[in-house]
Design a binder for this molecule. Sequence first.
Ligand code: TLP
Length: 353
Amino acid sequence: MKTIDLRSDTITLPTPEMRLAMAEAELGDDVYGEDPTVNELEAEAADVLGKEAGLFTASGTMGNLAALMSHTTPGDEVLLDQEAHIYYYEVGGLCRVAGLVPNLIAGDRGLISAGQLQEALRPANIHFPRPKLLCMENTHNRAGGRVLPQDAVAETAETAREAGLRVHLDGARLFNAAVASGSAAKELAAPFDSVMVCLSKGLAAPMGSVLVGSAAFVARARKNRKLLGGGMRQAGVAAAAGLWALRNMTERLREDHSRAQVLAERLTAHSGVALAQPVETNMLYLTVQGSAADWVQSLQEHGVLSNAVGPNLLRLVTHCQLDDVDMERVEAAFVQTAGRCVSRADGEPDQSR
Ligand code: TLP
């Protein structure tokens, strides 16, 4: 029986067309700037996002880190939402590698308002690190795959710029935000000096991200990528899949979003499960009755993989390797699991085993 893997859209495998593109890719040494496929991907991603230049990185984490390093000097302050992936899930690279001081802001479901930013920015003083960079995230992972409201994003970015800060976007799932909001990715990227987008999530490329910005910024980021060990030589073999993904996989993200809606309706119709966040794109954050770890284990026994992201919090992510029949099996697994885990949480003996 097929295992239904809802842990992340990162588990997606390259399509046969991507594999073919990889096999046929023209290659060269990218550290010399001589891989034509990497160059094509970088130029095309920059164009799609309305920036001057692009840089292919091994991962989203590397793209974000290279961006942080290229906008700042060690000892500077970076302002970001307290639930930001860059802070929460990137192994502390912002402190450990980039040498930055994080100033965490309790955004409203991932959104830092202009007022909050103003409050967080301290006046110049001999005691304080220099505030240099604001980071935002769209869609916002820990806010449930939320699409940030663009007017508010633009206002906050403008406030940052007036205060002399640069502004970076972790757009790992920016194309999800674009299809969900009906805006072009370029419009969503416009308020930012730099944007990182992932090719290896819903777009299903096997690896890689692209960091875009001004030509001068990308030149600095290219050097920082080298420092991080990200000079990947004949990287066109991976970039070819990313290029195909960028051209062919963005529009179909709608299907993932509608399957997430279907799951939200079906799963919350049963006891023991409630939405922790509204579902806007391809993520579901569910509050479960009982221990999330127990739910993960029981769902797994029914062939469904999920992630516990809090004591009572489950995350499910839809992607291109799921179909409608899978959604029915997920619902059945939840019904079985609720029977077991909810009675256990209520202190009743578990009779389902
Ligand atoms: N997110 C992964 C895990 O790291 C949690 C996931 O399964 O969602 N920014 C955002 C908003 C992300 O969600 C991720 C990956 C990254 C950056 C990092 O990308 P990679 O995994 O390519 O380093």
